[in-house]
Design a protein. Structure first.
Lengths: 109, 125
């Protein structure tokens, strides 16, 4: 099974800061990785798909990239409404399995 | 508008059976996989299984196989998640989501692009 490690597990940053979250896959998963935001008491929301593609309607301060089995998610200029838990999620391209990372909780300092 | 509407919160006794639902609207129900995701209190997201309503092809996370049944009724555009005998450890929020897709150069890319608001299931005596 493919394992996903996500770090950090939590972070606290100031409004306007740049925030970076990383996910590492235990083996090559190509670009089969998505990023979601889950605000407290809400359902998750898709932010990024195919490792680096911004979902329609998502603010451009969110971005992501891939380098081999390492995936990076960035919030440029953190806003108060970005307080949430962020999850990476990989999948098998034959749809036999999906794995979420453990999540990163982002707070405002 | 594309949306998934989930059934309401449930409080159930251990050993009881339960079926919760996820009704789709605004898109061709039979053309997209539906995913079921569990979130236990204070914990992360876990994939339970997926179903393709067009032909009822169903795939389970091995951790949930035999514990739940996922089904779909395309005549009423609804997917279901069912338990035969609930345990206290089944207490959780359950989400359904649509699996969107994009055609890449060589493969399709998949992502959970539309989510229901979730159904809270509380199992308690």
């Amino acid at each position: 099974d493919i394992q996903m490690t996500q770090s950090p597990s939590s972070l606290s940053a100031s409004v306007g800061d740049r925030v970076t979250i990383t996910c590492q896959a235990s083996q090559d998963i190509s670009n089969y990785l998505n990023w979601y935001q889950q605000k407290p008491g809400e359902a998750p929301k898709l932010l990024i798909y195919d490792a680096s593609n911004l979902e329609t309607g998502v603010p451009s301060r969110f971005s992501a990239s891939r380098s081999g089995t390492d995936f990076t998610f960035t919030i440029n200029s953190l806003q108060p409404e970005d307080v949430a838990t962020y999850y990476c999620q990989q999948y098998d391209n034959f749809l036999r399995g999906f794995t979420f990372g453990p999540g990163t909780k982002v707070d405002i300092k | 508008e594309v949306q998934l509407v989930q059934s309401g919160a449930e409080v159930i006794k251990p050993g009881d059976s339960l079926r919760i639902s996820c009704k789709a609207s605004g898109y061709i129900f039979t053309s997209y996989w539906i995913v079921w995701v569990r979130q236990m209190p204070g914990k992360g997201l876990e994939w339970m299984g997926i179903i393709y309503p067009g032909d009822s092809d169903t795939r389970y996370n091995p951790s949930f196989e035999g514990q739940v049944t996922i089904s779909a009724d395309k005549s009423i555009r609804t997917s279901y998640l069912q338990w035969n005998s609930l345990k206290a450890s089944d207490t959780a929020m359950y989400y359904c989501a649509r699996l969107g897709e994009t055609s890449g150069s060589y493969y399709f890319y998949y992502y959970m692009d539309v989510w229901g608001k979730g159904t809270t299931v509380t199992v308690s005596s």
